[in-house]
Design a protein around this ligand. Structure first.
Ligand code: PEP
Length: 250
């Protein structure tokens, strides 16, 4: 069944003390609709802390990345099994910052998706075009290629573990949001692309989040669109009141 989801990507922000404060603040917020699933994605060093502090809360914890191997000589990396050992079973993969600054290609992401699914993890799979792509009207093709090359090798049965996040790169951290119509247009396109490959039921059931400068002031008109099932939130997730307001904006 399609779920409504708001996930906060903290990126490389918040040390132990900042994270403690933000997590405690989040626990005091009134998340009004229990059918809206809420995730926070702190950095690796704060995942276990988040799990402990949010133990009695409905807020779930996700990781921002993971390595495609289960273990071994990969200095500086963190595996799915390590994440699972601190009770993290959701991971964001394919964020545009990972693609741009850490050379994460579609084929690497396909491996990461496989590793996550093999370890029974849920994946928040990000994709989205750059400004140039939109200007040259290549945005649908770019998105379709990202999905086909990074994700469409998976079996039908595991789609229940996939959440999609459309994040136009030009809207991330820029203050410039896609209009609700632009978001809807792309989400509908993505759903149709999934339908063509995997069928009606999977297309109808998958949650597609929008990400890119979502704020309390613009969340409700974006979330009101029929193919937008929530948001992946960066900057506004660093403030508990703003984040809760976004989660309450359905
Ligand atoms: C993000 O990093 O996924 C994001 C959407 O950031 P922001 O909300 O700050 O644009």
């Amino acid at each position: 069944m399609r779920r409504r989801i708001v996930a906060g990507n903290w990126k490389m922000n918040n040390n132990l003390s900042d994270s403690t404060t933000l997590l405690e603040d989040l626990k005091t917020q009134d998340f009004k609709d229990e059918n809206v699933e809420v995730f926070v994605a702190p950095s690796y060093t704060n995942l276990a802390l988040a799990g402990t502090l949010l133990k009695d809360s409905a807020i779930k914890v996700a990781a921002q990345n993971m390595h495609q191997n289960d273990g071994g000589a990969f200095t500086g990396e963190v595996s799915a099994t390590m994440l699972k050992s601190v009770d993290v079973s959701t991971v964001i993969l394919g964020h545009s910052e990972r693609r741009a600054y850490f050379n994460e290609t579609d084929s690497l992401l396909a491996e990461k998706v496989n590793a996550a699914l093999k370890n029974d993890m849920q994946v928040i799979f990000c994709f989205g075009e750059e400004l140039e792509d939109r200007k040259s009207e290549a945005h649908f093709k770019v998105v379709e290629d990202q999905l086909k090359n990074g994700l469409f090798h998976i079996e039908k049965e595991v789609w229940k573990n996939i959440i999609l996040a459309y994040e136009p790169v030009w809207a991330i951290g820029t203050g410039e949001t896609a209009s609700p119509e632009q978001a809807q247009e792309m989400h509908a396109y993505v759903r149709n692309t999934i339908k063509a490959t995997y069928g009606e039921e999977i297309a109808a059931d998958v949650s597609i989040l929008y990400g890119g400068s979502v704020k309390p002031a613009n969340a409700s008109e974006i979330f009101a669109k029929p193919d937008v099932d929530g948001g992946l939130i960066g900057g506004a997730a660093l403030d508990a009141t703003s984040f809760a307001a976004i989660a309450n904006a359905f």
